[in-house]
Design a protein. Structure first.
Length: 409
RNA sequence: GGAGGGGUGGCAGAGCGGUCGAAUGCGGCGGUCUCGAAAACCGUUUCGGGCCGUUAGGUCCGACGAGGGUUCAAAUCCCUCCCCCUCCGCCA
């Protein structure tokens, strides 16, 4: 949620920034609800003050108190409605974008920052991951439905090596490795901003009122919810490894072949809690780490700066790292890192204490280290004419075999 | 799954219809004392919000696991839910 007092103090600047996310009207409505709320509050507080009494009331006082109560109940009912509307708007007004996020509302409005590595001239028709790896989508569909994959044999080992490689590198950079829960309470989903807006993309366990997380970001961010951190323990940097679950509700018909877009995949995620004055540099640092990992693997990629209107509600700025996929003849997203400043921290109520004693929300950031998609990029980019692919040597020590086997197992 | 106990300030722990945002102890912070420190003593020490004020601050409201109810009035009484602890059973 946004800082309503800051917004109230400088409404024009906030409105202009939010307009770039297409949320100017919601912002206006929020300010209006805020005004109504603040008109009502003093009246209620005054009545509550009158209601207070030490000791037993006299009959005359009792009569007076009963009339105060009636008046109070009417105003409180009114306030309840106003507050509900205020809260509803506060839930949906997004974090205003950083000035350095480009204008625009679509994927195409993203600005390319750089390209690294040359896509290889293969000189033959490239095979995709289904032809190169031991991946069984048919049985996945039989057992779990569309968009579920079995990875077998060497493919399974190589995928695991990839996660182990990423965790190893992150631990070397001071990240704490975490195996988090993947089922979380509603308040964790709400606090991280996936609810109420992304409800349709979440798997929900109705019987136990739990949600399956679409990224370990949720459990990592919520780990410190309702906590007061000490300034000197920041930044806290975590590297979570977990399976991720997504309904992909808006993606019908998109990326339907293979395991490029599935309901269940695995991911190593970076998550940082830091001081507000450090979040920009932390964001650049997360991007640098993503580049380093993909660079070590030798995958050709580009970096894009996502347009303001294409950002999620929480992010003020987002970089995507896109790998070259020979069969698609284009760059596709493999990692993404966002600075969510104090937006998540406010919702989750994660604060820290300054030297002078003041409590304020921390800043939070997230970034993908690797996902199964990186494996697909490895397969496609390092394949040979015979239908096998070579594996980056850095993965060998983590249990990947030197050569991938050809064709499904 | 069964039986019992409990959730109050940074921690421990009282309070069990009004004078309680809350005794007391510990811890923290400031001070006195001291060459310095310890001890002792004095003071201070929750969070959120509204309004007033340029600031310093003032003032009022709310919060005793969460939500609802009773009452003029709830930490205190009633209901529902959540969480924690102990024992037993079950599973790993």
């Amino acid at each position: 949620m946004i800082d309503i007092r800051a917004a109230r103090a400088d409404p024009d600047a906030w409105r202009a920034a939010l307009a770039r996310k297409g949320a100017a009207e919601e912002f206006d409505a929020l300010l209006e609800a805020d005004r109504e709320r603040r008109a009502l509050l003093p009246r209620i507080e005054e009545l509550r003050a009158r209601q207070k009494l030490k000791g037993k009331p006299t009959p005359e006082q009792l009569k007076e108190l009963k009339s105060v109560k009636a008046e109070l109940q009417a105003l409180e009912a009114e306030l309840e409605q106003v507050e509900a509307r205020f809260q509803e708007l506060l839930d949906i007004v997004p974090n205003p974008p950083d000035p350095s996020a480009p204008d625009g509302f679509t994927e195409e409005d993203a600005v390319e920052l750089k390209r690294v590595g040359e896509p290889q001239e293969l000189g033959f028709d490239p095979r995709d991951h289904l032809e190169l790896g031991q991946i069984d989508m048919e049985r996945g569909a039989k057992v779990s439905g569309a968009r579920f994959a079995y990875r077998l044999g060497e493919t399974a080992l190589t995928e695991l090596a990839l996660y182990r490689f990423a965790l190893d590198r992150l631990v070397g950079k001071g990240f704490t490795p975490v195996l988090p829960p993947v089922l979380v309470l509603e308040k964790a989903m709400y606090g991280t901003g996936f609810l109420p807006t992304d409800e349709v993309n979440l798997y929900r366990i109705e019987r136990d009122e739990l949600y399956l997380t679409g990224t370990s970001e949720v459990a990592l961010a919520a780990m410190h919810m309702e906590e007061k951190l000490a300034a000197d323990e920041l930044p806290l940097r975590y590297a979570g490894y977990s399976t991720c679950f997504r309904r992909e509700a808006g993606a019908a018909g998109k990326d339907t072949r293979g395991m490029f877009r599935v309901h269940q995949f695995d991911k190593v995620e970076m998550f940082v809690f830091c001081l507000p004055e450090h979040s920009r540099e932390e964001h650049d640092r997360l991007l640098a780490i993503e580049e380093e990992l993909v660079g070590e693997l030798g995958i050709p990629y580009r970096v894009v700066n996502i347009a303001a209107g294409d950002l999620g509600a929480s992010a003020v700025k987002k970089y995507d790292l896109e790998a070259w996929f020979p069969t698609q003849q284009r760059y596709r997203e493999i990692t993404s890192t966002s600075n969510t400043t104090d937006y998540q921290a406010r919702r989750l109520d994660v604060r820290f204490r300054r030297e002078d004693g003041g409590l304020e929300p921390v800043h939070t950031l997230n970034g993908t280290a690797v996902t199964a998609r990186v494996l697909l990029a490895i397969m496609e980019n390092f394949q040979d004419e015979g239908g096998t692919y070579s594996i980056p040597s850095v993965l060998e020590e983590f249990g990947a075999l030197r050569k991938g086997a050809a064709g499904p197992g």
